[in-house]
Design a protein. Structure first.
Lengths: 407, 407
């Protein structure tokens, strides 16, 4: 069969996302005997399949036509009401008109990109950062620039200096971050930095995207107010924060349900983008989720997952400390799913990976979370998915891999 | 509360889609006593809620972790296998690697736009056409141009003349059409035109998007081969057709399940776009649909819906003929959901609409399906959703409206 080699030469360049952890590593993750700390997958043990199934059956029995017909692009009224109540619990009392249901929070970000980014639009992201956000920005032609972070999250002083040094054309229009239990670093933005970031955003007219899939999974310490809740208290700040919520880490990713909350004008644009993206999110799954929320399932799930993940975090942190001792540089996250660490002598975690795969353990190398492809010594280890035995054994295999790489 | 009036002035212009039938008319559709021929909604009476519910329960019981975890971006293997078998039944035997599951076929088109359209890319569409396709193209900055159609579908001779008269820069890279039981016209592209269109597409290197949500709902006449099936037989044509399938009109829109089938390189690009769009489509709903397909539900549903819609089409056509007599100009569709008609003395169906709403009947005016906003005397009447009594009564109200508009 002879077909033209490049029949679509006219089309925009389209490469696999640089360092997309899931897709590049996927073929290895299912190898027999492999222990994976790589995926950002929640523990299957955290799913309450029975409750979700019962809710789906109940809403279908109650109103099959509503479950199976097209629904409004903004989302089903019943779910938006529950989300409004949830946001109020989270300190940001917004009416349901300021909430839009999305097909997962990945879609939420993509809708924002469509609504606010044109080719060349400058967008800044905290680094290390979530790779699929960078990929969405790059496909839209955004000019992406990284802002450094440290153990207290995004370095707001560095941001201020970068802003002072850039022209009006270079000024970012969007700033993306995961302020609470970040992916990959597990870091949480300190309260004074949250306040300072909002002041800078309003002054420089930057829309801050607060991506918050992990925020409710806090193991230790006091909860911090979300950027959205801080902004909601001040009319000068309110237009500059849009919040992305997700049920993927608390209920189940397979439902593909998330939401956006924030300024009406941003949501209006996002809804127009959603019309052409998928018309609406499945009304059946939305109504099932509304029923679960009304029944208090989220609070029960969250408590269960916190207990589960706290234990797994402690187990992994202890195993790493016992195994690597003083060679370990690690940060202890107060929540979320990830440990972010370095090991003395490992300057490039990507070069270590083949040794790890040979030892049948996997992680995601730090370079995947940058914006410039620069090598990184950091490893992202998820403690959420692996069993207790796998966590202990996987860390031991990691030591074998380090030794093999230094042989 | 004082907020800046235009805080997002930097962002791309974003208007409500011109003439989006559902969104503009939605507030009226739910008025008490309103009879709507407007929505492109399938009849709720066509849904088999019991079978879908049973399938969802069964797959959840069999493998809750797979239903509730993230799935592959391309789609679940079980569903792709069933879709491969379905495409073979439809005359296009493609391996499951050449099939990608989408969150409804609206997402399929949007992924193609992302994969193949840059700002300024010329894209041609048959007219009248599906408005959400035009909106997706416009949001992406495509240069959209309409191609006329007649009772035998897209005028391929007009297309040839337009191609002969345009420069390389103006040459379309994408051509969008619904070749079988088109929305809004109900028209079907004749077989000789199908062949001629493919020859033109290959010669001028144009990717043809065959959107086929209605093709299996044929009431009369012999089935015609899809563009995809014709192209699949010829290596020179195969790179130039991509097919969009949907379960919204045969199973239920609320599942948000569709698929794409065609050249591997286009699908590779679409999958990259899908990663940033929503990561994956709900594995739970995908597995439920795979189970329904394996059980033969689609064939049973299709037979049921054909019988239901054929009767409704006949009823509406008869009512229109009885009511308007020689003043009616209408085309009798051999399948699908829509009657496309004109009434003598009605030169602008949009001007008639307020009279119709006052008489408590609704339709979508023809101008909504153009690309230039030009007035049109045509009305799109859906015969799928209304009850038999509503069809008869709605047509009588339409006559009242015409009389009122001429008073």
């Amino acid at each position: 069969m002879s077909t033209p080699v490049h029949p679509y030469a006219f089309a925009p360049a389209m490469r696999e996302p640089q360092g997309s952890p899931i897709r590049e590593l996927f073929p290895y993750m299912s190898l027999p005997g492999m222990i994976s700390f790589a995926g950002g997958y929640p523990s299957p043990g955290s799913f309450d399949a029975g409750a979700l199934q019962a809710a789906a059956s109940a809403v279908m029995a109650a109103d099959p036509a509503q479950c199976l017909q097209y629904g409004p692009t903004e989302g089903m009224a019943a779910l938006r009401r529950e989300l409004s109540a949830l946001m109020a619990e989270r300190g940001a009392p917004l009416p349901s008109e300021q909430i839009v249901v999305t097909s997962g929070s990945q879609q939420g970000f993509e809708l924002l990109v469509k609504a606010l980014v044109a080719p060349g639009t400058p967008v800044w992201v905290e680094t290390p950062t979530y790779p699929a956000a960078v990929q969405a920005l790059r496909l839209a032609g955004a000019a992406v620039r990284g802002i450094p972070s440290d153990r207290d999250g995004l370095c707001v002083e560095s941001l201020a200096a970068m802003l002072a040094g850039c022209s009006e054309a270079e000024r970012p229009r969007l700033l993306y971050l995961v302020p609470t239990f970040a992916n990959p670093s597990g870091r949480t933005l300190a309260l004074d930095r949250r306040r300072a970031l909002l002041v800078l955003a309003a002054r420089h007219r930057i829309v801050v995207v607060e991506d918050d899939p992990y925020g409710s999974l806090r193991f230790d310490g006091e909860p911090l107010p979300s950027l959205l809740s801080l902004a909601a208290q001040d009319a000068a700040l309110a237009p500059w924060v849009i919040y992305l919520g997700s049920f993927s880490k608390t209920m189940a990713p397979g439902l593909r349900l998330g939401w956006m909350a924030g300024p009406a004008e941003i949501l209006r644009r996002a809804v127009i983008a959603k019309q052409v993206s998928d018309l609406c999110t499945s009304p059946w799954l939305q109504l099932a989720m509304a029923s679960c929320l009304a029944d208090g399932l989220l609070a029960r799930q969250t408590a269960r997952i916190i207990a589960l993940y706290r234990r797994k975090r402690d187990l992994m942190a202890q195993a790493l400390a016992d195994t690597f001792g003083a060679a370990l540089r690690s940060e202890m996250p107060q929540g979320g799913m990830f440990l972010w660490c370095g090991i003395e002598g490992v300057d490039d975690a990507a070069s270590l990976l083949p040794h790890a795969i040979a030892a049948r353990v996997m992680y995601v190398p730090g370079a995947s979370f940058g914006v410039d492809g620069a090598p990184s010594g950091a490893l992202r280890l998820s403690f959420a998915t692996a069993s207790d035995e796998q966590i202990v054994e996987g860390v031991a295999r990691l030591r074998q891999a380090v030794r093999a790489s230094q042989a």
